[in-house]
Design a protein. Structure first.
Lengths: 169, 116
């Protein structure tokens, strides 16, 4: 199994580890951004009303690509919740109202691993660089998502999970 | 006819994935309270068939827990409570404008004062 999360074990319970993980995702995305001449502007708020950061990795990384007017959200779950490679994606529209179309977004949910990062990078390039349409993106996501088998799924409400994990789910 | 002024606090809950797209939205002058947020979540549940609800039972519980633990959040804000087993099966929270799940400090202080 190519889990590379070991440096970030317990990220939902330790603010320092969480912030390091967040930084890792930022650096990882910056490499893609430089390589493909894109950028991601802050869009989603991730603070409580009292200004405290919400460290639930839902999302762990996000932003708006202004030239394409498309959103990206990456959600991460701890490796304890699955036993194999896990990555899934879907597209959505944020903020659609009667008179407004909203902003298209790609959402990627994963357990951190080399394999998941390679797949996520390919999806992000398709979405933010090549700007393929939603229908085509959905076909790719359907084909390439690696989900949890029923028997491997661990109940997120299980009592043996860290308390912070249960709160943040 | 002039454009109708939008309310300051807007957002929606959505149950999506597997061909489903149901939502419960709010649009109001005051921040959405936790209680009203939970009411809307329950209304969304009521829109679902037995099968659709079964697939999302734990996800609704997670969403409810999120609201109960929230300390007030401001737009733009998004949370996805998702299945690990079926792609895209989820309950989404979307705050497009304003605030939601606010804790009314004034009420808390009044309560503390009354308890003295």
């Amino acid at each position: 199994m190519d889990i590379v999360e070991s440096s970030y074990t317990g990220f939902l319970d330790d603010a320092e580890v969480y912030d390091a993980l967040e930084q890792m995702w930022l650096s990882w995305f910056n490499e893609i951004a430089i390589e493909h001449d894109i950028l991601l502007a802050p869009f989603f708020n991730n603070l409580n009303a009292d200004g405290e950061k919400i460290r639930d990795a839902n999302p762990i990384f996000s932003g708006l690509e202004p030239s394409k007017n498309r959103l990206l959200r990456i959600l991460q779950i701890p490796k304890e919740e699955v036993e194999e490679i896990y990555i899934q994606g879907w597209t959505d529209v944020f903020g659609a109202e009667e008179e407004e179309e909203g902003i298209e977004e790609l959402v990627i949910d994963l357990v951190l691993s080399d394999t998941a990062k390679v797949i996520a990078k390919e999806w992000i390039i398709k979405w933010l660089v090549e700007a393929i349409d939603r229908e085509e993106m959905e076909e790719i996501l359907e084909e390439e998502s690696v989900l949890v088998e029923e028997e491997d799924a661990i109940d997120p409400n299980a009592e043996n999970l860290p308390k912070r994990d249960q709160m943040s789910l | 006819m002039g454009e109708q002024k939008k309310k300051k606090h807007r957002g929606r809950w959505q149950a999506q994935g597997g061909g489903l797209e149901k939502s419960e939205a709010w649009s109001q002058d005051e921040p959405l309270s936790k209680e009203d947020g939970l009411d809307l979540l329950h209304k969304l549940k009521e829109q679902l068939s037995e099968r659709e609800l079964k697939e999302r039972e734990q996800l609704f519980e997670q969403a409810e827990r999120f609201v109960n633990n929230a300390q007030g959040v401001d737009a733009h804000f998004s949370r996805s409570f998702r299945s690990r087993k079926k792609r895209g099966i989820r309950v989404d929270l979307e705050i497009k404008a304003g605030s939601a799940f606010v804790v009314f400090i004034g009420l808390i202080l009044l309560f503390i004062w009354l308890m003295k």
